[in-house]
Design a protein around this ligand. Structure first.
Ligand SMILES: [Zn+2]
Length: 415
């Protein structure tokens, strides 16, 4: 008999609901190596397949939250795009867990055309205040929850994710009185790490040092979990939230500089209605918005900001190519702000309508609100305006096609 044939007994079995796959988060660890502290968790099932260890690392002195709280946003978005539930076999902050359920419901709604669903999220232990968990001794003899944490929180330390792009740079200028730390994500994990990314981060260090602010250099291999499912476009907000939750012992507030303006509810993974829900009882995740042109004007007026401006991810290494859509959007915004004469110092190619035409034939759906803002601010007779109108039309067409087939047509990063 064919071993694969359905047995009469199996054929009679009622067909119940198919069990939902589970993404299990377990075996939580705090690790130290070569001046790096990492929190890690083993993830298996659902989008994690046979399993992988996901790490969030801090390079240099500091303390990370030893609970599973930081893993909640990334596990939630990975599970959402895989049709899985999340089961966390470790302690999680109560506020973060309740908020994450709201956050992922909202995000899955945004991404429903791209296949997202709302996962259930459960944890084996829910704690009201993560400061009361047993302290973990670090190699230097410091303890989590005693020496660093209350001290930091008493002083209300505020971190800002910093890339040297227009959004984070302008937010730093606007929030200069309150931001105490910059947070820099350095993609040291293959395949993202190149000699180019090293050069970019080296400049980010110098920019922070010149500004006199400590830079928390954080890294993670979490894209191994996310790139096959939600991808960066739908995951970058949760990734930022996870980093923010990881550094909770050092900061009481972490700010994300939005790529969009106030009240712009474009369905992306970092958005003003969404980000605050990822907060925990220890750290508030705060979304900061301003209009693109206000931010560009602030950056244009600050020599430090113009010296370190980095918006381009097409060019290998530091600097800005001046030819890609992100460069051209920034150059156009500088031109609108009356800073066209300062473009040459930051970009390797000149701004022209032809350059805009040729770079925007690939649709940039996520950049639609920014491109529309540029169109609205350019003189009706300006050839640049006509070029950006063309880019908007291409993006709108792609957006319609995306709705029809559920495809993803671009991979806008944040900023
Ligand atoms: Zn560029």
């Amino acid at each position: 008999m064919d071993a694969n044939a359905t047995s009469p007994a199996a054929a009679r079995q009622p067909t119940g609901p198919v069990p939902v796959p589970q993404l299990v988060v377990e075996d939580l660890r705090t690790e130290w190596f070569d001046g790096v502290v990492a929190i890690s968790a083993w993830m298996r099932g659902g989008p994690a397949g046979d399993g992988l260890r996901v790490r969030f690392r801090l390079h240099g002195a500091g303390v990370l939250d030893p609970t599973a709280t930081a893993f909640v946003p990334v596990a939630a978005v990975a599970a959402s795009w895989a049709g899985s539930d999340v089961v966390i076999d470790a302690p999680v902050d109560a506020v973060a867990l309740a908020g994450a359920r709201r956050a992922i419901t909202l995000l899955a709604g945004f991404g429903s055309d791209a296949g997202a669903s709302v996962p259930s999220i459960t944890a084996s232990e829910v704690i009201a205040d993560t400061r009361v968990i047993p302290a973990e001794v670090t190699p230097s003899g410091d303890t989590v929850g005693s020496s660093h944490a209350p001290d930091a929180r008493d002083r209300h330390q505020v971190g800002l994710f910093f890339t040297r792009g227009v959004d984070s740079t302008a937010t730093l200028l606007a929030d200069a009185d309150t931001v105490t730390h910059l947070i820099g994500i350095d993609w040291v994990d293959p395949p993202y790490c190149t000699p180019g990314t090293e050069a970019v981060f080296a400049s980010t260090r110098m920019a922070a040092a010149e500004r006199g602010l400590p830079l928390l250099r954080v890294t993670s291999n979490v894209r191994d979990l996310l790139d096959a499912g939600p991808g960066w476009r739908w995951a970058f907000g949760p990734v930022l939230a996870s980093f923010g939750l990881a550094v909770a012992p050092m900061l009481s507030e972490v700010r994300i500089a939005s790529a969009f303006g106030p009240g712009d509810l474009t369905a992306v993974s970092s958005q003003e209605l969404l980000d605050p829900w990822w907060s925990s009882s220890q750290v508030a995740i705060v979304h900061r918005t301003a209009t693109r042109l206000d931010r560009t004007a602030a950056v244009a007026g600050d020599p430090w900001a113009m010296r370190w401006l980095k918006v381009c991810w097409m060019r290998s290494g530091d600097g800005n190519c001046g030819r890609c859509p992100k460069c051209l959007m920034t150059m156009t915004a500088l031109y609108i702000c009356g800073a066209g004469d300062r473009v040459a110092g930051c970009f390797e190619a000149p701004l022209s309508a032809d350059a805009v035409w040729s770079s925007t034939q690939v649709p940039r759906v996520s950049a639609l609100p920014i491109m529309q803002e540029l169109v609205g601010s350019l003189h009706p007779d300006d050839p640049l305006r006509h070029a950006w109108e063309g880019a908007v039309a291409v993006a709108k067409q792609a957006m319609e096609a995306e709705k029809t087939v559920g495809a993803t047509t671009d991979t806008l990063g944040w900023e």
